[in-house]
Design a protein around this ligand. Structure first.
Ligand code: SF4
Length: 168
């Protein structure tokens, strides 16, 4: 059965996340859900379903930047594998460093996540204004990471199928 997309309204979650986190930084801890959801779906073998059906950030960018976007095409180098990998590694490194610095303190962890989510959201909006509305999705570390998990799963399944065919 085809899954229903919730992209027309899921932006409400990202707006709520920022409103709540500004009121109380502790809500920033919900950033783990935002980052974990795409990975969870990919690990369950659902590929990039989060990006196409649920992502609140993608929903926001697609919905609100349509009218203000200059709709320019992103330069080739920004869409390259190297750029995506660099951004993914940078994000993981920054996240790890901020978690180490937080030393298990809930407030600090939540604040780091809020800051992290906020910074990437601002970059995503700026990219969406200059380039096409959902340009951030081309380089998004979560989307890229999910794609890598999907690739690894697909190749594992292919190998399994091959083995089964030989054994049959
Ligand atoms: S690429 Fe990133 S921002 Fe875009 S839909 Fe996927 S997880 Fe969301």
């Amino acid at each position: 059965m085809k899954k229903k997309s919730h992209m027309s309204w899921s932006w409400i979650f990202i707006v709520s996340f920022f409103v709540l986190s500004i009121l109380d930084f502790r809500f920033g801890i919900l950033g783990f859900v935002c980052m974990g959801a795409p990975v969870y779906h990919a690990l369950r073998g659902r590929g990039k379903v989060h990006c196409s059906h649920y992502c609140p950030r993608g929903s926001f960018l697609g919905k609100f930047l349509q009218k203000v976007s200059l709709n320019k095409t992103m330069p080739k180098w920004m869409r390259s594998k190297v750029a995506k990998n660099v951004l993914l590694i940078l994000m993981l490194t920054l996240l790890t460093v901020s978690m180490i610095h937080a030393k298990g303190n809930f407030y600090k962890i939540a604040f780091s996540l809020f800051r992290f989510m906020g910074a990437s959201f601002i970059v995503g909006i700026m990219m969406g204004i200059i380039f096409k509305p959902r340009s951030w999705c081309i380089v998004c570390p979560m989307g890229h990471g999910t794609g890598l998990i999907k690739k690894a799963k697909d190749s594992k399944n292919k190998k399994k199928d091959k083995k089964n065919k030989i054994a049959a």
